[in-house]
Write a new protein. Structure first.
Length: 406
């Protein structure tokens, strides 16, 4: 896209995570061969962000999420758009439409599977025709999961000549806070699902984001509270599993069933050994259930939004982001019984400090590293960015990918 003024435009630069992305972009790409700009609906707020971070020479573009003409004008200036404007189910449709129609590449950090499915259904044919490459879920959900599975599967093929047909991801450690934007996305999803039986059925389908002609029928396991002998820990449900598992299955489908048609994948939180680990697992399971149930009941939801949950624009402090981290372990087994184990770690708060770096490097990879003849359409991080993004994340984003002994 040599005719575009900017390689990357950060849309939603004034949002909580958008400001973190903008700061990281400045640190990483000032003086590099990547040209970039910031965008949002308020010129005053964009100027404030520019002044606070110190962005001399970085252009500002005004565009409202509900103004398609303004979004089209923005797309005309950038080859790749980063979007941090959520909840995406409320504010994301027109930008995806504008990118798909104009051939502009796009990435975001959504974790909303129902919205992703809607975008695929509406705009995949358009994106394929225009050449636009659309990549959702380029933050903590779902880059570590999607690329962790890819990393392990590549090693399985290299060492054993076959892919793992079973992989279990365990969150060994994670430290970080939630933001109001994430809570708003979850609240909107629960609100929509509580009044939409068809959506509830879709959310129960582990293959809901796979292409319609996928060949998968194997039953996927729903993780509850139990003791995991292989990992040596009690485990409990992981809130991000609902989106991460679907992205991993889509990657399998888009890669020609590279993981096999009977591939099983699950995710869970590891809570420790003994009675203490069991109590943590029980509290984690109950807490997640209570949160979901509370958000589904309008009066309780209002109380939680008003007095308990963080509001949009709120999130972990810079200190909390720096002190955050994540540590994920992937346990794989091949059809012939070979066991493999890999670990993916991040050096910042997973949802914000680390997500901002992952999203920015995904955009840089999308803008600079993908071969020009790669077709348009709705991709996943593993299928479009793959090993090139793993390299970027290890070199510039504080992530590690490594194999371990069983």
């Amino acid at each position: 896209m040599a005719d575009k003024t900017y390689d990357i435009i950060v849309y939603g630069a004034t949002s909580f995570v958008g400001q973190i992305v903008t700061r990281y972009m400045h640190e990483q790409f000032a003086g590099s061969d990547i040209s970039w700009a910031i965008a949002g609906r308020s010129p005053d707020k964009l100027q404030q962000v520019s002044d606070e971070i110190g962005l001399p020479g970085v252009a500002m573009i005004t565009a409202d999420a509900k103004d398609k003409a303004a979004l089209e004008a923005m797309c005309a200036q950038g080859s790749t758009i980063i979007s941090t404007v959520g909840p995406y189910a409320l504010y994301g449709d027109l930008l995806v439409e504008a990118c798909a129609e104009s051939g502009t590449h796009y990435c975001d950090l959504t974790g909303e599977p129902h919205w992703i499915r809607k975008m695929q259904d509406r705009y995949e044919a358009t994106a394929k025709e225009s050449g636009a490459r659309i990549v959702h879920c380029c933050g903590f959900d779902s880059i570590p999961s999607d690329l962790g599975v890819l990393f392990l599967q590549n090693h399985a093929q290299q060492t054993h000549g076959e892919a793992c047909d079973r992989i279990a991801m365990r969150v060994a450690k994670a430290k970080g806070g939630a933001s109001g934007g994430t809570v708003a996305s979850m609240t909107n999803l629960v609100k929509e699902a509580s009044s939409n039986p068809e959506l509830r059925r879709q959310l129960k389908n582990p293959y809901s984001l796979c292409p319609p002609d996928h060949d998968f029928s194997v039953r996927q396991r729903s993780v509850g509270m139990e003791y995991d002998e292989r990992f040596g820990s009690w485990i409990a449900p992981f809130i991000m599993a609902a989106i991460n598992t679907r992205i991993v299955h889509r990657s399998n489908a888009l890669s020609g069933n590279a993981y096999g048609t009977r591939f099983r994948y699950e995710e869970a939180m590891a809570t420790g050994k003994g009675g203490k680990g069991k109590r943590r697992a029980r509290l984690t399971k109950w807490g997640l259930g209570a949160l979901t149930a509370g958000l589904a009941i309008p009066p309780v939801r209002w109380l939680m939004e008003s007095f308990i949950l963080p509001k949009p624009g709120e999130g972990p402090s810079e200190k909390e982001q720096r002190e955050g981290h994540f540590n994920l372990v992937f346990l794989g087994m091949t059809p012939s019984g070979e066991k493999l184990r890999c670990r993916v770690t991040g050096d910042r708060d997973p949802g914000y400090g680390s997500t901002a770096k992952m999203l920015s490097q995904a955009a840089a990879c999308l803008a600079k590293d993908v071969p020009a003849d790669t077709p348009g359409g709705f991709w996943t991080p593993a299928t479009l960015l793959g090993d090139r993004l793993i390299e970027r994340l290890q070199d510039h984003a504080g992530l590690t990918f490594g194999m371990e002994r069983e």
